[in-house]
Ligand binder design. Structure first.
Ligand code: FES
Ligand code: FES
Length: 168
């Protein structure tokens, strides 16, 4: 990472598996870089102050609120957004489990929720209910009431699990 003659910061990131070099203002958020500069609109902008989780991305396999990170902080990092994760079979299975359990309504929260859960599953393939709840504690959903979301995660962890409408 270094400043250039235009007063921008040159950074290099691995974005969804491909190296990406870009010059950014020092105070640009990672969320603005991803959505407005790189055009990846699957990462949503909700509160912009770290409270809704709509902007969740993976940075070095950890779930991060992109609105709370400056773009230059991504220099040298492995960054994955919903567009890249969509190609990974295990992530696809998690998406399908959400669909199977009706965990998606308007869908605005869904990319962030999926990525938060996926970050947990990367570390712990069979988390217990408390671990799942903690993993999505920073992701707000205004539609589902969370029961279907937790049921979707249940299904991803154990595809043979029965539908349990009273989870949560
Ligand atoms: S937009 Fe980043 S947490 Fe809400
Ligand atoms: S499905 Fe609408 S906010 Fe979660």
């Amino acid at each position: 990472m270094q400043g250039n003659e235009q007063g921008l910061v040159d950074i290099s990131i691995t974005l969804n598996g491909r190296e990406q070099k870009v010059a950014v203002p020092a105070d640009m958020s990672a969320l603005k870089l991803i959505r407005e500069v790189l055009g990846l609109k699957g990462t949503k902008e909700g509160c912009s102050i770290g409270e809704c989780g709509a902007c969740t991305i993976l940075v070095d396999r950890q779930a991060v609120n992109a609105c709370l990170v400056f773009a230059p902080q991504l220099d040298g990092k492995d960054v994955q957004t919903i567009e890249g994760l969509n190609r990974e079979p295990r992530f696809q299975a998690l998406q399908q489990a959400f669909l199977d359990r009706h965990a998606v309504q308007c869908g605005f929260c869904t990319p962030g929720l999926l990525i938060s859960v996926y970050a947990l599953l990367l570390e712990e393939p069979c988390p217990d209910r408390d671990e799942v709840i903690r993993s999505i504690a920073g992701n707000l959903c205004r539609c589902t009431g969370y029961h279907q979301i937790l049921s979707g995660v249940d299904r991803a962890i154990n595809p043979d699990a029965e539908w349990r409408p009273d989870v949560g």
